[in-house]
Write a protein that binds this ligand. Structure first.
Ligand code: PEP
Length: 250
């Protein structure tokens, strides 16, 4: 089955306002025969303008985080409803930086998924093992638990709105990408888990992205895996040329 490819750029807490607007325009104005989805994830404060600038361009806009709460007295938080109300389409949930630096557990992520899907935002759900787990060879068990505890209670209808990103933590921002074989092996494993829980048809429809030090010079090899449906790109999404060349390598 052919799945629409996705190249997504997670800008994290980077770029001034003018740099962000320029990058949005560069990605927008770049015309190609790419028939997959391109998504950018700027900082919250640039989202309204990003949505306006990218209207009808085919480039989609996502947010990097949202509150697990619906609304109310949660100073400093941003709700899924707010994001949806300004035209944001996607949301990253479960990025390893949120898990590690902000203590987001599988349980919290499950709550975020529920609130996001209710509004309805599409979700890029990140999973992946840290280095000690990879060294111990227990990455499959580790990722299984992440999927089971956050995703497996979803209905089929909700699961259709979720893209999975496999991001080995040791590869994120480290310059040390997974080998194409390691990526494909984990992607096939994740697809197998999806089949066990949601059935084969759903597993075959689910897009699974690779993330972790993906760059123009390694993207083509990483994306060749049969179960690799594109990439979630961090550092290399901040430079228009690099991001565009990664899109071209799909
Ligand atoms: C990420 O943070 O999702 C990511 C993949 O980062 P990088 O590409 O910089 O490793």
């Amino acid at each position: 089955m052919s799945r629409k490819k996705i190249i997504a750029g997670n800008w994290k807490m980077n770029l001034s306002h003018s740099e962000a607007m320029q990058l949005i325009r560069d990605v927008r104005d770049w015309k190609s025969g790419f028939d997959g989805e391109v998504i950018v994830f700027p900082s919250f404060i640039y989202l309204t303008e990003a949505v306006a600038l990218l209207k009808d361009s085919g480039v989609k806009v996502g947010a990097q985080n949202c509150s697990a709460k619906e609304s109310g007295a949660f100073t400093g938080e941003v709700s899924a409803a707010m994001l949806s109300s300004i035209g944001v389409e996607y949301l990253i949930i479960g990025h390893s930086e949120r898990r590690e630096l902000f203590g987001e557990t599988n349980e919290v992520l499950k709550e975020k998924l529920k609130v996001a899907l209710r509004h309805p935002l599409k979700v890029v759900f990140c999973c992946g093992e840290p280095l000690d787990i990879r060294q111990a060879g227990t990455q499959e068990e580790y990722v299984s638990k992440q999927l089971e505890e956050s995703l497996f209670a979803l209905s089929d209808e909700d699961m259709l709105q979720v893209v999975i990103a496999y991001e080995p933590v040791w590869a994120i921002g480290s310059g040390l990408n997974a080998t194409p074989e390691q990526a494909q092996q984990m992607h096939a494993f994740i697809r197998g888990k999806m089949a066990e829980q949601f059935g084969k048809a759903m597993a075959l429809q689910t897009r699974i992205l690779y993330g972790g030090s993906c760059k123009p010079d390694n993207a083509a090899a990483l994306f060749r895996g049969a179960d690799v449906d594109g990439g979630l790109i961090g550092g290399a999404s901040l430079k228009a040329n690099d991001f565009i060349s990664i899109i071209q390598s799909v």
